[in-house]
Each structure stands twice: as C-alpha cells, then as structure tokens.
Design a protein around this ligand. Structure first.
Ligand SMILES: Cc1cc2nc3c(=O)[nH]c(=O)nc-3n(C[C@H](O)[C@H](O)[C@H](O)COP(=O)(O)OP(=O)(O)OC[C@H]3O[C@@H](n4cnc5c(N)ncnc54)[C@H](O)[C@@H]3O)c2cc1C
Length: 474
C-alpha cells in the first residue's frame, strides 16, 4: 500500500492550491473530496475577484496572504490557462476620510498602484456612476478570474504531474499507526505521513475524526444576481461601496465570461445555498446606490455562496493536538486571492523545501471550437463532425467541446461540472436547451446509466425509477 507524503482533504481553491504546490515540490499527494467534482463549495460561488489587499487589517494573515497571493495570480493563471483580467477595482463613496483610511491601510499592507480619485475621474471610468458618489479608491492591480476553472486546472496540472484526486470519498475514520495515518473512506484506504484539513464548511467534521482542534464556525450567505452578457451595463471594472463590519458590501463586477455579477449580501445563515426575496431585494436597492440605471430585467440567474468565518483572521496552523496535521479554517474572503500564498505557507509548515521539481508538465490548453478563427473551425468540423453539432445554443458549445471536457484528467459525471468547464448552460436559457443533451453525453462518454448522471453531487441524480430509452432516429 502506497504511503503519501500528504493527503489533502477538501478540493476547493485552497486544497487544490496546496495539492498542486506539493506535487510541484515532488511530493506524493492525494486530494480527497466528498463531492462529485472539485470547486463545489465556496470556490464555485463567489465574486471571482483577486483583491488587491487594501481591505484586511494590517498584520493579519489575511493582509499578508492576500497581498502575496494576488501578486502570484497573473503568472499562475497564465501557466494554467485560466482566464484572468486586470480590470481594476473602485471603492466608491461620499466620505473622503473613509477612502483615505482604506488607502493608508492598503499602503501599510504593501499594496501597489493605489490611487484616490475625484468625481471627474470616476465619471471618466464609469459614466453611469450615481450622482451621490464623490470619491473613490482605485486599485489598479485588482483582477477578475474564473474561480472554478482555477481550482479545476490546479487539480488537473497536479494529476498530470503525478498527484491523485479522489472524488466522492466519505472519510469514516483516521488512525495513526507507527507515525503513519490510515484514512478509511467508504470506498478506499489511504496511508499518509501528513494530513491537511482544508474541508471548508466541513472542517469540523474532519477535525472530529482526526481528533484535532475544532473551531466555532459561523456561516454568512452571500446572494447574487448574474446579468446576461447582453445586459448593456457600462461597468468596465469592479465597483464596491465602502466596506462595513458585515464585509465588502454589494458590488457590481464584470466576469471573465462577459457577464456581470451583482451582490453579495452578507447575512448570518445556515450552511444552505438558497436565495431569498429579502436578500435579492436588498441587492437591488444597494446596487442602485452605485449605478442608478441598472436594470434587473437583465438578470438571468440568482445564486448564493457561503462564507465560512472563524473569528477575525484565517486559521492556518500546525495542529497542537495531532502531530503532522495542518488545520485550515475560516478561509472566507479574501481566500481565493490568498490561495496561492496559503499553499506556500502550508508547504513551509509541513517542513518541505520550496524548490520545485524540474521538468514539470504543462496542462494542455483546451480551447472551445468558438475560440478558433472561422477557417480553423471549418477545418475542425470537417475532421470531427462532433464539432458541427451545437449542444448549447446560447454559449455556442458543441458536442465536440463537451466530449473533450469529459475526457480531461478529472473524470466527472455531473451536468454542473460540464457547465463549469465549458459554459454550456450558462446562457440566457440557463440549460433549457442543452441539459438533456449534456446528460446524454455524460452517460455515453462515461459509459454509465442515466441514474448515475448527476446534476451536481450525489443525491442530485437526474433520473430514477423505470427508465425507457428511446433511440434517436435522426
Ligand atoms: C459570497 C462569497 C464571495 C466571495 N468573494 C471572494 C472574492 O471575490 N475574492 C476572494 O478572494 N475570496 C472571495 N470569497 C472567499 C473564497 O470564495 C473562499 O475563501 C474560498 O473559496 C475558500 O476555499 P476553500 O477551498 O477553503 O473552501 P471550499 O471551496 O468550500 O472547499 C472545501 C471543499 O471541502 C470539501 N469537503 C467538505 N467536507 C468534506 C469532508 N467531510 N470530506 C471531504 N471533503 C469535504 C467540499 O466538498 C469542498 O470541495 C468569497 C466567498 C463567498 C462565500
């Protein structure tokens, strides 16, 4: 039985970053997640902003890791072929003292290229800005990124370089025998010298099994509207209101896919990703304080993500109770921005040398048919008729694109997994046209039954009962 140098539990952006880093350091690593794909927790449902780092309080882990992480992002995303855009961010308001305080905090945290803008300059950037806005902090280095493609590609680059990812693993027990952890799941047994608990909302469940430190975790739901790409919203950068105790407030931001996000709310909640009338109405009201002519008829979807909060700062530490366990708890915002720096910190805590292995493999870029010029597209369709068959009309995703995705290193069986990788189902009809087509492709490529195809996780099987298959005569 193989003994891993490390087993990482939890495949959000934090666990995936650690997994990827440790593989690059030449360690044998397994990542275990109970879900049917990586990035199904907070890492799929957030604002997708690589924050510059002016918001966290100085001398906190949040401040340090945010600034270090955001500096690593552009190169990391280039290496992994993950879409990232340096669109900048504005924090807008009518209280110049509060803007100055944020500016000073940013300087103290080591954030580069911060500027205070007057109303004229804000208007030049955002012509539709509310009349009530008189000043802003401009963080030029702020970026937008696809948080789930980042997580997926971190895992897949890890896999092609020798790491292993195991999905749908329910951890039942962990024992330590002669300095080695024996991790039993419902399906497998893993042996490891070190364990990283980066299970996000499931942190305490794993800590209980390990006998390591448990923490009081609070959940705060963030609800959003997604606006269509054709929303005609003149918002070239991320726009935040002034932050409050509850967080960074309701923002308006473009996404790397060309949509816009408006949200999030920030209310104490259960660990439940629902949306509410109260939350959505609150967003409408607050967004209008920034862009008064924003038209919510252009919203095509609502969703929510859960912040996981353990006090004021991130907890990233060696367990004092169980040797060779690293606890990672309370990774709320700016956890996405900090993830690459968290990975470096964890590698150091584990006592590993930070020099990367030579001859690491690069992940092959998987482009969609629509990313090529017309001549190449025609040639590709001639070579492979699957590229000539449209699966998602809104996003122009072909059967060939979906099949390529299903053949990537991480073997998934969920419609939402295909959606995160190709955008099929993200357009105006929200999967009305493509859902069953994607289900059929998952079933055929994976060679599984309809009852085994999932919407997202186990329990969301797309079919059950007596299923009669009708052959397509076309
Ligand atoms: C509304 C909202 C907006 C945000 N916006 C931003 C932003 O713009 N920029 C930014 O920097 N940060 C942002 N964040 C924070 C960021 O999203 C999180 O810090 C980050 O995604 C946390 O990643 P994670 O890997 O720790 O957790 P998760 O992504 O939640 O991953 C945890 C993983 O552990 C798995 N797991 C759970 N229990 C178990 C178990 N028992 N066994 C095995 N696996 C288990 C889960 O399936 C999941 O895959 C936002 C967060 C929210 C909620």
């Amino acid at each position: 039985m193989k003994t891993y140098d490390c087993v990482v539990i939890g495949g959000g952006v934090v666990g995936a970053s650690i997994f990827n880093k440790l593989v690059r350091l030449g360690k044998s690593v397994a990542l275990l997640d109970k879900a049917s794909d990586v990035a199904t927790g907070a890492s799929k449902a957030n604002s997708g902003i690589v924050h510059a780092g002016y918001d966290p309080m100085p001398n906190t882990l949040k401040a340090k890791l945010n600034v270090e992480g955001s500096e690593l992002f552009p190169k990391l995303c280039r290496r992994l072929n993950v879409p990232i855009k340096n669109c900048g961010a504005l924090v807008v308001g009518d209280d110049i003292e509060k803007i100055r305080t944020l500016y000073e905090r940013g300087k103290q945290n080591g954030v580069k290229k911060l500027e205070i803008l007057n109303r004229d300059k804000i208007k030049q950037l955002v012509p539709d800005i509310s009349d009530s806005i008189s000043c802003a902090l401009y963080a030029k280095i702020s970026c937008i990124v696809s948080p789930y493609l980042l997580t997926i590609n971190l895992c897949e680059e890890g896999i092609i370089n020798g790491g292993e990812v195991f999905l749908e693993e329910d951890i039942e027990s962990v024992k330590k025998v002669k300095g080695e952890f024996i991790i039993k799941t419902k399906k497998n047994t893993f042996h490891a010298l070190n364990i990283v608990n980066s299970a996000g909302a499931g942190y305490n469940d794993i800590a209980k099994i390990l006998g390591s430190e448990e923490y009081e975790i609070q959940f705060r739901r963030g609800e959003y509207f997604v606006f269509s790409k054709t929303a005609n919203l003149n918002v070239p950068c991320t726009i935040f209101p002034l932050p409050t105790k509850k967080g960074k407030g309701v923002l308006i931001t473009p996404t790397v896919d060309g949509n816009f996000l408006v949200g999030p709310t920030s209310e104490r909640s259960k660990n439940e990703t629902v949306t509410t009338d109260l939350g959505l109405n609150d967003i409408k009201e607050k967004a209008k304080n920034i862009i008064p002519n924003i038209n919510f008829k252009n919203a095509i979807r609502e969703f929510s993500g859960i912040r996981i909060i353990c006090g004021e700062d991130f907890i990233i530490e060696k367990s004092k109770k169980v040797k060779n366990v690293i606890n990672i708890a309370g990774i709320c915002s700016p956890g996405l921005s900090s993830a690459p720096a968290i990975a470096n910190m964890v590698a150091t805590l584990l006592g590993f040398n930070l020099e990367e292995k030579k001859n690491l493999k690069r992940l092959k870029e998987i482009k969609l048919l629509k990313d090529y010029d017309e001549e190449t597209q025609n040639e590709m369709i001639k070579q492979n008729k699957d590229y000539g068959e449209i699966v998602c009309k809104c996003e122009k995703i072909t059967k060939g694109d979906v099949i390529n995705t299903l053949n990537r290193p991480l073997k998934i069986r969920s419609v939402d997994g295909v959606k995160r990788r190709t955008n099929a189902g993200m357009g105006i009809c929200q999967g009305g046209f493509c859902f069953t087509k994607v289900v059929n492709l998952i079933k055929d490529v994976r060679n599984i039954k309809y009852e085994e195809v999932l919407k997202e996780n186990r329990g969301s099987e797309v079919a059950y009962g007596n299923i009669r298959e009708v052959k397509n005569e076309n």
